[in-house]
Design a binder for this molecule. Structure first.
Ligand SMILES: [Zn+2]
Ligand SMILES: [Zn+2]
Length: 391
């Protein structure tokens, strides 16, 4: 690693103030009105950044470098979660029932600091840097899809983004250099419509409980019998509801589940098999069904070349001990939508682990992170951009 002169340009204390402001005034997905206005005000205080809003609560900033070159997009998500905060922070949420429980407050603050520095370096830049402060990561179908659909992203050559996460050493940067950086997550809900009857006369009815039990059992054969062992996927039934009395066959039963995959073909194949199992089982017993299958977020698949460049860039500004072998994040992220625009690299910023005093996971009402880790997120973003745009 090497000290860089631009380290001096990072607005450290301002960044912490921005982060605390975002934390104190969180807003839910698609409702980030004050948050986006606050971001716009800060971007305006930097010199000459072009600002647009691809959607009502997102903000796109553009820094045009002195010289022609490539174009890179950096993404931060900005929304909070419907969680009631249970921390003792001095800047605890003032919005009852809403919390920045996934660390998006840090993402926004880091990207503002990154933007400030890159804007200060504009005279030396070959190419264009765009920064997207994205709304609604936490609520399917997600804001990323809308940003991509807005038509405001043109001729982008690469997209990078980071996520802070506890359970990882504070300030460490964890990059998967090829392949799945997150799993994809989809969901299904099905209501089986049978016909109710007296418990002593099942022949008069169509028993949705028996049918649903068969469906659940067959769903559990998908991963074990229809997908290759190395192709990571999970099919989980998390909801199963039916019946009100021991001697009454109910009319309906409800099954809800989630599907995690890292491969698009497998994702589609599993969806088809789930539909087939439900259809055929209902057909056998003369029941009908109402299935809602929701393709939510695809897996984030890191581009090999870009991710290698990001890793080398980070190693240039941080000690190797802070850049461990990257691990796949076992959650999903709508960042995957940007793969439609350009090659992507998504990496994790350690927010502190249990031994460092940060035992609560993202989305916990007690979620806290080590603020000193933020600066490494800024360094990672800036180093990657400068390296990518190098003439
Ligand atoms: Zn989250
Ligand atoms: Zn998140």
């Amino acid at each position: 690693m090497q000290e860089k002169t631009w380290f001096q340009l990072i607005p450290q204390s301002e960044m912490i103030n921005w982060r605390r402001h975002f934390h104190e005034y969180p807003e839910l997905s698609f409702k980030e009105v004050k948050t986006s206005n606050y971001i716009i005000d800060i971007l305006k205080s930097f010199d000459d950044i072009k600002i647009t809003q691809p959607t009502p609560t997102s903000v796109l900033g553009t820094i045009v470098g002195q010289y022609p070159g490539k174009k890179i997009l950096i993404r931060a998500d900005i929304d909070g979660l419907p969680v009631t905060e249970e921390t003792d922070l001095a800047f605890k949420s003032q919005n009852q029932g809403v919390m920045q429980a996934c660390g998006h407050d840090t993402h926004a603050a880091i990207l503002l600091a990154t933007t400030k520095v890159l804007n200060d370096l504009r005279d030396q830049l070959h190419g264009t840097v765009q920064v997207i402060f994205q709304h609604a990561e936490e609520q399917v179908p997600g804001g990323a899809r809308e940003i991509v659909a807005s038509g405001q992203l043109h001729d982008i050559d690469a997209v990078i983004g980071l996520h802070i996460m506890t359970g990882l050493k504070a300030g460490s940067i964890n990059i998967v250099t090829e392949g799945a950086a997150t799993t994809g997550a989809d969901a299904f809900e099905v209501t089986i419509q049978g016909r109710g009857s007296h418990g002593s006369m099942p022949q008069e009815g169509i028993d949705p409980i028996t049918i649903s039990a068969e469906i659940v059992n067959q769903l559990h054969t998908i991963t074990s019998r229809f997908t290759p062992p190395k192709d990571l996927n999970v099919v989980t039934v998390g909801q199963f509801q039916s019946g009100v009395a021991v001697n009454v066959l109910p009319d309906t039963a409800f099954i809800g589940g989630s599907v995690r995959t890292i491969n698009e073909d497998t994702r589609q194949a599993i969806a088809q098999r789930i539909k087939k199992i439900i259809h055929n089982t209902c057909d056998t017993y003369g029941a009908s069904y109402d299935l809602n299958y929701q393709f939510a977020y695809a897996a984030v698949i890191n581009d090999g070349q870009l991710s290698q460049l990001v890793k080398e860039s980070v190693l240039d500004v941080l000690p190797a001990a802070m850049v461990p072998q990257g691990q796949m994040m076992s959650a999903s992220e709508d960042f995957s939508a940007y793969a439609k625009v350009a090659p992507v690299c998504f990496f994790l910023l350690g927010g502190g682990d249990e031994a460092e005093g940060y035992p609560y996971s993202n989305h916990s009402p007690k979620f806290i992170i080590d603020e000193s880790s933020l600066i490494n997120g800024v360094k990672a973003e800036i180093a990657s951009v400068l390296n990518f745009l190098k003439a």
